[in-house]
Structures are given as C-alpha cells and as structure tokens.
Design a binder for this molecule. Structure first.
Ligand SMILES: *Cc1c(COP(=O)(O)O)cnc(C)c1O
Length: 376
C-alpha cells in the first residue's frame, strides 16, 4: 500500500467496503512501462479501471487508450483524449457503436472475423483495422480463452480482404491472457504473428503495426517477474523476427497500470467455524464476489490481505463475501491463513485491488451498494 493510501485510510476512516487508489502510483506505473518498452506506444486498457481521475492523469501523460465499447470511448473523450489516440479494441462491436465512434473521430478498430470486417467497411470506411490472432493463454491466471481471435490462415485472408474493402490493413494483435506470469508466452505469440506479418508484406499488403496486447502481471499473493523481464523478452523476440525493420509496436496494459495503486478497505463481518472442532475458520467480509472481487472466480486471482493483527499466530481460513449467494466464496481451496486474533468488526485491507474491481461490482444485489471509490 502506498503511503498516500495509508494516510487516507488513517485520516478518514472511510466507510467500508471501498477502494482507495493512489493516482501518483498510476503515473509511476505508466512511466515505468513506457520507459521499459520505449519503442512501444502505450494504449491503457480502460476496462481495468475507467475512473475519471485515472483517465485525466493518463491523458496528461500522453497515453493512448484501448476501449472496449462506445461508453469507454466517450469516457476517454470526456477526459480530453484525442480520438486518434483511441483504439476500439473489442472484436465484437454493435453497429451503432462503430458508427458513433467513427463520427467522433476514432479511426482504429480491431476485428477477428469477416462479418465484423464488413461492418467496419460500411460504418467506418477507410479506417485503420487490425486483426486479432488466437494465441495460447497458458501461464495466465485470468485467461481470455477462445472467445477472441482467429487463426493465422484466416487472418491472412481477412487482411487481404480489408484492403479490398477500402480499409487500411494496419496490423495484427494478440493477447496472451491477463495476469500472464510467463515471458515465453509473448515470445511464442510474436513468432506466430511475425510469420504472418512478413507473408502479408510479401503479398503487397501495407501492414505496419504489431499490437502486443496487455497481460503484464501484478504482484498478488505470489511474486511475479518484473516488467523489465517482459520487456526484454518482447524486444528479444521482435528483433529476432523482424531484425532492424521493426514494425510500429503497441501495448495495451490494464492491470499493470492500476492494479497495485489501489487497496480495498473492508470489514470482517463474522468469524465462525462449521463445528467447534474444525480447524478452519470461516471469515466473512463486507465485500465478496459480487461487490467487486469477481476475479476470485475459480480462485483465479489470489489477493493479499493485511490486518492490524499481522505478525501474530495464524490459522487456516476460508474467506467469503456477505451475500446470500453460495457462489460468494472468495477462497476455500487456496490455503489462506489469517491471524487467530481476527474478529468481527476488524478492518482488513485487500492489497493491489485497483484493477478489475470497481466495475465488476453488482448493482444492489442483496441491497449492497456498488463499491465506493476514493482517488487520492
Ligand atoms: C483486457 C484487455 C487488455 C488489458 O489486459 P491486462 O491483462 O489488464 O493488461 C488489453 N487488450 C485487450 C484487447 C483486452 O481485452
């Protein structure tokens, strides 16, 4: 937790649950990522946390933006982002959203199918388009599955078709899966797109960009490689495959820009045991799967907790949320331990919770309010 967040929590004792996020840390992360990969343009993945103070700061820093829908595009524009710095990166777009984005000046769109390409040709004529390739998501704690991307062979067909349709066949993209903990995943994906890139060049297509997506991890319960290690692996692979004829490079970090900038302050509602002889205590918090911690689905993202009792003796726990839904369990199988002194009414902090939390909170399920947010 940054000192600004700690001071805010101590001074204000805000009602829980709430996210407290240090916007200076967002700036530091953006600068570290930009400096680590100086040849890549950074498109912040807005979905990770679209809060206005974050967008304002990133606009001031000269960031570009990866938006998933027209609402996110409008949020970026409202924060002062130039439309030519916004990529409409979702491969699944309503026609009305494409038309509105194009009218607003957005001229860069992702696609992964012939059907979407036809929509773009009709509703965003002449725009820069890039095709998303399906790549392995192994090594990612929050994989993006087979929902997005197409095969290399189909991408080749589609990029040729893009040019025929009067679109600008700008580049290729991939996403190795979120909270990706292996650098090799980027190397493998780069190798895959590089072959197609060269092939399309040889076929006369004016392709010039490779979009490496996001995926860079945040330290939760386990240590992860530094961003520099990903940057080294990426530049190594790019140089190996493209020599000194490097294409334009884009990255779309979301989690790694905002994740460790925020802390969720929560309260322990109940500590109980299923049976007095059971060594496992159940710790129920005032935030759970439906209050913003959606990425605990399948116990995928393993958050780190701190309490005022840290340093004291610990014991095994299951951790759950406050709602009446049986799926509202955060961790039962991941061997969490918390202090034996922890009791109802205690504060508990969930570290590195700045990404993929506020926007995942439900609207009043069981009457609970969406997650409160404080930007400091
Ligand atoms: C979600 C997403 C990102 C951001 O991924 P992170 O793992 O948060 O860095 C980037 N690009 C696209 C297309 C995405 O869908």
């Amino acid at each position: 937790m940054t000192s600004k967040v700690a001071r805010f929590l101590a001074d204000h004792q805000p009602a829980t649950p709430c996210l407290v996020l240090d916007v200076d840390r967002v700036e530091a992360n953006f600068r570290r990522i930009s400096a680590g990969l100086p040849l890549a343009r950074v498109y912040y993945a807005v979905k990770a946390n679209p809060a206005r103070p974050i967008l304002d700061r990133l606009v001031a820093l000269g960031s570009s933006f990866d938006a998933a829908g027209i609402e996110e595009i409008e949020m970026c524009l409202a924060a002062g982002a130039a439309p030519e710095r916004i990529s409409f990166g979702n491969t699944i777009k309503k026609s009305s959203a494409i038309a509105r984005a194009f009218a607003a000046g957005v001229d860069m769109f992702a696609f992964d199918s012939a059907e979407e390409l036809d929509k773009l040709a009709q509703l965003a004529p002449g725009s820069r388009v890039y095709c998303r390739i399906l790549v392995e998501n192994e090594g990612a704690d929050w994989p993006l599955s087979r929902k997005f991307g197409t095969t290399v062979a189909n991408a080749r067909t589609l990029m040729l078709r893009a040019a025929e349709l009067g679109l600008d066949p700008y580049g290729l993209s991939f996403h190795v899966g979120s909270q990706q903990t292996t650098t090799g995943s980027y190397e493998a994906a780069i190798g895959k797109v590089a072959m197609l890139f060269t092939d399309l060049r040889d076929a006369g297509v004016n392709i010039r960009m490779v979009n490496l997506g996001g995926g860079f991890p945040v330290r939760y319960r386990e240590e992860v490689p530094e961003f520099g290690q990903f940057a080294d692996a990426i530049m190594g692979a790019m140089t190996e495959h493209f020599g000194n004829a490097l294409p334009e490079m884009l990255i779309e970090p979301g989690r790694s820009v905002v994740g460790d900038a925020g802390v969720i302050a929560a309260e322990v509602v109940l500590v109980s045991r299923k049976d007095p002889t059971d060594p496992v205590r159940w710790v129920y918090l005032d935030i759970g799967r439906f209050g913003g911690l959606a990425e605990t689905e399948g116990e995928a993202i393993k958050y780190r907790f701190t309490t005022a009792h840290d340093g004291g003796e610990t014991g095994p726990v299951a951790i759950a949320g406050p709602t009446c839904d049986g799926a509202d369990i955060l961790y039962e199988r991941s061997n969490y331990r918390l202090p034996l002194a922890l009791t109802a009414g205690d504060r508990i902090e969930i570290l590195a919770a700045g990404a993929y939390t506020t926007t995942y909170a439900s609207q009043r399920f069981n009457g609970f309010s969406p997650l409160a947010e404080h930007y400091v």
